[in-house]
Design a protein around this ligand. Sequence first.
Ligand code: GH3
Ligand code: MG
Ligand code: MG
Ligand code: MG
Length: 314
Amino acid sequence: YVLKKGLPSFDYVVQWVGRLLRNTGLKVLVADDSPSSLEIIRRMLGMQGLNVQVAHNGREALAALQAQPDIKLVLVDYNMPLVDGFEFVMEARRMMGKERLAIIGISGEDHSDISARFLKHGANDFISKPYSFEEMTCRVNQNLEMLELMDNLHHLANVDELTGLYNRRFFFEQGYLRHQQAHRQGHPVVVAMLDIDHFKSINDQYGHAHGDKVIRHVASCLLKHFPDTLVARIGGEEFAMLCDQQALPAMRDRLETFREALPRHSSEDAPAGVPISISIGVHGGHHPEMNALLRAADKRLYEAKANGRNRLEG
Ligand code: GH3
Ligand code: MG
Ligand code: MG
Ligand code: MG
């Protein structure tokens, strides 16, 4: 190889090592009924640092995907017993969209429409047998990179940069879905609105950077104490929560305990010597509309402020 093509460039080696490091441990699944073909791909992918799972037909592959939802990429043969490649792709796409799973169809058959049909059924790409190591590597890495890009975009779109909490957009989108599901199943939903008290004067007195630290501190305390709850930063120093696991009285007690203990909570960003408090409005029940719950909680928050702050209403 080296004699034919010369030494690989330094940049190429750096890129290759970087790819290897990022691939390490990523789970991929290979489904093929031919043991020799399966073994060739398994080795090629193993050399990429990937964690390779194998299946011998489409049905086994679907079972593997169900049992291991952390599989990122599937290479699937067209002609297999029980469930063939096309049937696998259709079924797999019902479980996982293209933002979570990449599928590459493979086939040794000489029908020109196989690749198009794979793509139409929902595959991302196609490789024909016999494989060249280079093409296999490029296509696998390309598809893994696309998933990474999508992950990054998803993160940018849904996560608040300052705190790492979900943002307003995600709260309303995900909250709506959770609320609908809970409502269908007859479970109550509790919504809370939280706002840091006199935050303007914290900014004025200690500076904006310190204000940011205070916001981060409250955010990480919320995350720590409400792991079962959708928590988001929906405005400057305002947070919203949605819980579909507990009814109003229990959630109210937890929030009240949290509020009362806030001066004693610690985090990496705990502000030394600066007293902070929060006001909370909470509401819950079996409303068909999430927005009705949010409006009610917001109204309670307004009352908590009007009634002197550092308190919960609801
Ligand atoms: P109240 O007790 O009534 O809530 O009083 P407050 O001062 O907290 O209320 P208000 O909502 O009027 O003030 C919020 C301030 O938060 C205004 C804005 O300058 C500041 N703020 C908004 N976003 C950020 C941010 O990301 N970082 C910092 N440091 N300040 C922010
Ligand atoms: Mg086959
Ligand atoms: Mg405030
Ligand atoms: Mg505010």
